[in-house]
Ligand binder design. Structure first.
Ligand SMILES: [Zn+2]
Ligand SMILES: [Zn+2]
Length: 204
């Protein structure tokens, strides 16, 4: 049996193996094994994962598990979700709206929170950000809460899309007080108004 066939045979029984282990089994250099492995990988017979070699069964499609927002249960799809750090845990919510709702739940805990400027996507401490609340732009949950690093940017955004410019605490009070009655229904999507960042940038 050729060495490459033996490798496949071993993998059938063992499921995964490292280059080092194979080099020991065949008593050849790791480089030799490596070359063989590369060939097998090119043919699609095997694949490598976390430093191990596995048979490529083709079955195992990587399932990307999207976490859900702990407030509205929507999948969190944004590149930069709202992040709350409490003790050693990081809680992510789908958007600032749900982030503020989460703050309500964590009311008596010491937390820090990170948000991202809507235009530049630069991280900002949520406490220092300015928010446009209730504008016609609804990227996620309604009423939307859209963060900006500077008050001027928030004001410019407001000119185009309405809403109110608020500090963290003002936005918190606005969302939390309005939402206590019907927490789940807040996130049901009404009419979604689309907008382009380019346009916003132009008008600012
Ligand atoms: Zn949510
Ligand atoms: Zn949301």
């Amino acid at each position: 049996m050729k060495r490459r066939d033996k490798i496949l045979e071993i993998l059938k029984n063992k499921k995964e193996i490292t280059v080092k282990e194979l080099s020991n089994i065949f008593n050849v250099s790791e480089m030799t094994i490596y070359r063989e492995i590369k060939e097998l990988e090119k043919e699609g017979a095997i694949k490598r994962k976390h430093g191990s070699i596995l048979l490529n069964t083709g079955k195992e499609k990587e399932v990307v598990k999207v976490p859900n927002c702990p407030i509205c249960e929507k999948p969190i799809t944004r590149a930069h979700p709202y992040k709350i750090t409490v003790e050693d845990e990081i809680i992510e919510t789908c958007c600032e709206h749900c982030g503020l709702m989460m703050h309500k739940k964590l009311e008596d805990k010491e937390v820090s929170a990170l948000t991202y400027d809507f235009i530049t996507e630069n991280p900002i401490s949520a406490l220092n950000a300015f928010y446009v609340v209730g504008s016609s732009a609804i990227p996620c949950c309604s009423p939307s809460v859209i963060p900006f690093a500077s008050k001027e940017d928030a004001e410019k955004f407001k000119k185009g899309f309405g809403g109110k410019v608020m500090t963290f605490i003002e936005a918190y009070n606005e969302i939390v007080n309005n939402m206590q009655i019907s927490m789940k229904s807040c996130c049901s999507h009404g009419e979604t108004i689309t907008f382009s960042i380019k346009e916003i940038k132009k008008s600012s």
